[in-house]
Design a protein around this ligand. Structure first.
Ligand SMILES: Nc1nc2c(c(=O)[nH]1)N[C@H]1C(S)=C(S)[C@@H](COP(=O)(O)OP(=O)(O)OC[C@H]3O[C@@H](n4cnc5c(=O)[nH]c(N)nc54)[C@H](O)[C@@H]3O)O[C@H]1N2
Ligand SMILES: Nc1nc2c(c(=O)[nH]1)N[C@H]1C(S)=C(S)[C@@H](COP(=O)(O)OP(=O)(O)OC[C@H]3O[C@@H](n4cnc5c(=O)[nH]c(N)nc54)[C@H](O)[C@@H]3O)O[C@H]1N2
Ligand code: SF4
Ligand SMILES: [Mo]
Length: 700
């Protein structure tokens, strides 16, 4: 394999062996946290990672890293990393050998298979792991006969995959991150990029410095809204009304792009009909945003020469998440703000490899390359590609549906890689009960997470810098990372583990390296055809679609035609759906959850990272001082937050950043999701993390 920066190293086959010990060396790497995909160098001395050095030539980060990226070594070298396979007996853990562990896993999965068939098995792939591991994982699931393979995109951008995919033909970011600097208006709705994607805010700032207008739609005051000149502080869950109000203004004031609508879209007439009789005043009443601000936002967005629309969890994590996404697409389409430099839709994706995990088919609705799991032609293609006599048709169960199915007996065994549903799924009591009732659970992680603690077998995995493989960032950039150091103890590369389990179940996975799996991805995922290892090893890699080895990869999508079958974008006339849960006299506060800059998701890594943990050590809830006064809550006091599902203790932070009647809680700590709602969007099956009715009282 050519093009790699590091010396020839042994393949998976004989990987008991180690990376040779060399004097200090800088090895290119990619941040293992979020989907911005910043690059840096790992300084490796005597086989140990000793420093992080900046990579100014990286096209996205240009050398910058946020606090999490800067602190990666605190977790890579952490003393609590899993070192050995573990077997649980009651509350006791016993260290076992790899042979024993792999035999037990194969036995557990085979037993479920024999008793209840392939469809009784559930697989959670990991958006924290590389494309090669995820490709192997979904292939294993499907070769066993289970269509039930999913990943954490279910909890964040499944509405993008199905909603934006339906509108534009491709459910991915239309432009790249650098291109934000070319926008003259940036409309960020339901996304707090200054905290969740800090390095992206550099590009927003560059646009702003050149005079771009920044509009933020978020119920809360956030570091992102501080960057804006217009903050639409809408009522949570009213985005469709806001977007309809803006579209109504654009239509009435003749700000729409008639040529674009006529030549490149369909469905506009129906949208027009759905706006008949709707007024900005009504939108204002429903959203609690002043009518003049809705009008101002619409004018700026529609008139600007190139407007970027950015969105994420404030849009997707609702029972109407898919329709919210479609409404965002509608606004961009009728204003012709898509398919050009600076104009497009930027879904701000979450995990370092959530884009790639979906691309390579570790998702319930799709085989690799977004081939529909329900289409016979997809099955024919992969039967032939994999030399399989039968593979299951889908869609399989989503991760959220697997938990329900575990409770009613439809799923009896699960294999979870790099996900922590006990902390991250909504309604923790239910999740916990679902995982506890399984006949067999195996968890593969780098730490002993709350989820791993429920497993029968825990498998210690290598972290990103300890294995080879590729990661696809939110801007569709496929980037290769070489193994820089050895995993701790007996921890193994995920691909090796999956391969050995497959072999013990009688599936002949004979991959000798991640590079070999990438070659199979190049063959079977059309978007990745030219994304060969040599090409994606340079800083910044190559963006997909990359249809051939001499193609540079596409930075901007939909310039001439959309990727729908007829080349036209679909405008869907959508109407708002009320949240599943509204405040009531007993539960009068609307609780919304989300992120803070210092912590990351379930916190298995950042809460072990001393420099990050000391900044925000414990679970807190932001409450408006007016509510605080009425409820007898003081700033810094202990409070009890409860919903119909459960309760948790936290610290109160009294602040005007949230409006009266609304409270905000970061979910990075044990306990937050005891309270949240598991109501789901019927189309994408995403949970409504952003809306739960709760009551708050002093803890004593
Ligand atoms: N520091 C940090 N960075 C991360 C992560 C992390 O845990 N920590 N996680 C990564 C992952 S997996 C993801 S998916 C991304 C997510 O990144 P974001 O989507 O930016 O994160 P959130 O904080 O969940 O939600 C964004 C905003 O939506 C607002 N919001 C809530 N309800 C509504 C509503 O009804 N309408 C509107 N318009 N806005 C609303 C919230 O107030 C919040 O400010 O971040 C990634 N980056
Ligand atoms: N209340 C509330 N809850 C939410 C959200 C919200 O906004 N509010 N957001 C949701 C969203 S958007 C998401 S994406 C989910 C995230 O849900 P999860 O994906 O479950 O969250 P993470 O904490 O990122 O879990 C990833 C796990 O992978 C492990 N890991 C890291 N690197 C590796 C590796 O190389 N190999 C292996 N095997 N394991 C590894 C980590 O230790 C960690 O345990 O949370 C969701 N939960
Ligand atoms: S912005 Fe994301 S990818 Fe970049 S350093 Fe921070 S966490 Fe890592
Ligand atoms: Mo996410």
């Amino acid at each position: 394999m050519s093009g790699s920066a590091s010396p020839a190293r042994p393949a998976l086959e004989d990987r008991n062996n180690k990376v040779p010990i060399m004097p200090k060396k800088l090895i290119p790497s990619v941040c293992p946290y979020c989907a911005v995909g910043c690059g840096f160098y790992l300084a490796v001395e005597k086989g140990r990672a000793t420093g992080v050095e900046y990579m100014p030539e990286h096209p996205t980060g240009e050398g910058s890293l946020c606090p999490k990226g800067n602190a990666v070594l605190e977790i890579l070298n952490h003393e609590e990393r899993l070192h050995y396979p573990l077997r649980r007996r009651g509350d006791e853990w016993a260290r076992i050998s790899w042979d024993e562990a792999l035999d037990l896993v194969a036995k557990g999965l085979r037993k479920a298979l024999k008793a209840h068939g392939g469809r009784s098995l559930g697989f959670l792939a990991s958006s924290r792991c590389n494309n090669e591991e995820n490709y192997a994982m979904q292939k294993l699931a499907r070769l066993i006969g289970s269509p039930n393979v999913d990943n954490c995109a279910r909890l964040c951008h499944s509405p993008t995959v199905v909603g934006l995919g339906g509108s534009l033909g491709t459910g991915a970011m239309t432009n790249n991150i650098r291109d934000l600097a070319n926008a003259t208006c940036i409309f960020a709705i339901g996304t707090n990029l200054a905290e969740a994607h800090p390095v992206v805010s550099r590009w927003v700032q560059k646009a702003k410095d050149k005079g771009a207008k920044i509009i933020v739609a978020d119920p809360r005051i956030t570091p992102t809204s501080w960057m804006s000149e217009l903050h639409l502080r809408l009522k949570p869950g009213s985005d469709i009304e806001l977007l309809r109000g803006m579209m109504k203004v654009a239509v009435d004031e003749g700000l729409i792009d008639k040529n674009f609508i006529a030549n490149r879209t369909k469905g506009f007439e129906e949208l027009l009909r759905s706006l008949e009789g709707f007024t900005v005043e009504e939108a204002s009443k429903l959203t609690e945003v002043p009518a003049k601000d809705i009008i101002k936002a619409a004018r700026i967005y529609a008139k600007s020469s190139s407007s970027a629309l950015l969105y994420s969890m404030g849009i997707t994590q609702h029972v109407c998440g898919t329709d919210n996404v479609r409404a965002c697409a509608n606004l961009a389409l009728i204003c012709g703000q898509i398919g050009r430099s600076g104009a497009g839709i930027w879904p701000m994706r979450g995990q370092n490899n959530v884009q790639g995990t979906c691309d390579v088919g570790a998702i319930a609705e799709f085989y690799p390359g977004y081939k529909r799991a329900s289409e016979p032609s997809s099955l024919d293609f992969f039967k032939s590609a994999w030399g399989a006599s039968s593979i299951p048709s889908g869609p399989g169960m989503t991760s959220t549906e697997m938990m329900d199915a575990a409770l009613d007996g439809g799923i009896s065994a699960m294999y979870i890689i790099g996900e922590d549903p006990v902390i991250c799924d909504p309604n923790t009591s239910k999740t916990r009960a679902a995982l506890e009732i399984l006949d067999f659970l195996v968890v593969q992680d780098i730490f002993l997470t709350a989820t791993a603690k429920l497993a029968d077998i825990v498998l210690p995995a290598a972290a990103w810098a300890e294995k080879d493989g590729s990661y696809t960032s939110m801007e569709r950039r496929v980037q290769w990372v070489d193994r820089a150091v050895n995993p701790p103890g007996e921890a193994k590369e995920g691909l090796w583990i999956i391969r050995e389990i497959a072999r013990r179940i009688g599936i002949d996975f004979n991959y000798s390296s991640a590079a070999e799996v990438l070659q199979e991805i190049n063959r079977n995922v059309p978007q990745y055809k030219g994304a060969t290892r040599a090409r994606i090893s340079k800083p910044g890699g190559v963006p997909w679609p990359c249809p051939s080895e001499d193609h540079p990869g596409m930075e901007i999508l939909h310039t001439e035609r959309f990727s729908t079958p007829d080349g036209r974008a679909n405008i869907f006339a959508v109407k708002n759906v009320p949240p599943a849960e509204e405040p009531s006299p007993e539960y009068p506060i609307l609780l919304t959850t989300g992120r803070i800059v210092t912590h990351y998701n379930g916190g298995s890594m950042t809460r072990r990272s001393p420099s990050l943990q000391e900044l925000e050590p414990e679970l807190y809830v932001e409450i408006n001082p007016e509510d605080g006064k009425a409820l007898g809550i003081v700033d810094g006091g202990r409070i009890l937050v409860s919903s119909v599902r459960g309760k948790t203790v936290a610290k109160a932070k009294l602040t005007d950043k949230v409006r009266p009647g609304v409270a905000f809680m970061p979910f990075h700590y044990q306990g937050a999701n005891l309270v949240t709602s598991d109501a789901r969007d019927p189309i994408s099956k995403i949970p409504e993390y952003k809306m739960a009715a709760c009551k708050i009282a002093p803890a004593e």
